[in-house]
Design a protein around this ligand. Sequence first.
Ligand code: ATR
Length: 294
Amino acid sequence: MNKMHQINSKILIYVHQAIRFIINKMTKLKKKFAVLGHPISHSLSPKIHQHFATQFGIHLDYQPIDVESTNFKKILSGLKQEGYEGLNITLPLKNLAYEICDELSPKADYTKSVNTISIKNNKLIGDTTDGLGLVTDLLTKNVSLENKKILVIGAGGASNGVMCDLISQRPQSIFLTNRTITKSHDMSEYWSSLAKDNNVLLNILNLKEDITFDLIINATSSSLGNDSAIFPENLNGYFWYDMMYGKQTPFLLKAEQNKAKFSDGLGMLVEQAAAAFNIWHHQKPDTKSIYQIL
Ligand code: ATR
């Protein structure tokens, strides 16, 4: 009886999805979305969201829009008038988006970062999916976090933006380090109570200690600028993850020299996009097939 009930529920879900797919196909009007940032021409988000949309028969108009901090607010109000339903926000606007949104998810509020805006009833509702994107990609790559020792390099928006989700995986400890170490101390203080609630030890990396980390995450923007990347010497880790993607960074080179396993952040990009897609369209896209077209 119970089994019968489960089969019936599954059939109902398939029927429901099929009906939504057909309705989406029949609705010729395109839903308007965009990704805002500067620079933006390199962004893979339009390609990713279009690919997801085809999985559900959704007609999507997803544009990259180059926006600088100075005209962000003005552009946002224009996009609201034009009937946009959702916006992804990328560098350097995530913190500004946090400040501008009318409403925030608890996570966006905590991380002070917004990468996904839903526009409803003329209101900007902000959320962040970067942390979930990172954690989902790591778990997909069989890098488990529970009870593990993690090192996070960087103390800017990118590292703070993923802390909620990292802590929620209940690693044994998260060590922090940064070129400007005072910022790691501030970061540690900010996250201390959430870490304590989740039984996670939060530490500042002490360079005299010889620790082999299960996971080292590079959350710095070191490969974007022209200065040479400054990381602690003698890092040891089983898995190295660079949140940047698309090029061989000094961090990944170090991982290779150390004969460690490593990954760039392309999977994080894809998974944060999938989480944003789910917020907007209430559908979870398949993310495995996308890598062939990126
Ligand atoms: P984002 O939002 O990308 O995190 P951010 O808030 O400006 O940008 O933070 C950039 C981070 O990258 C900081 O931790 C920064 O270190 P400082 O706090 O010392 O500035 C780090 N960073 C930038 N360039 C770096 C480099 N060449 N070597 C090491 N760390 C670097």
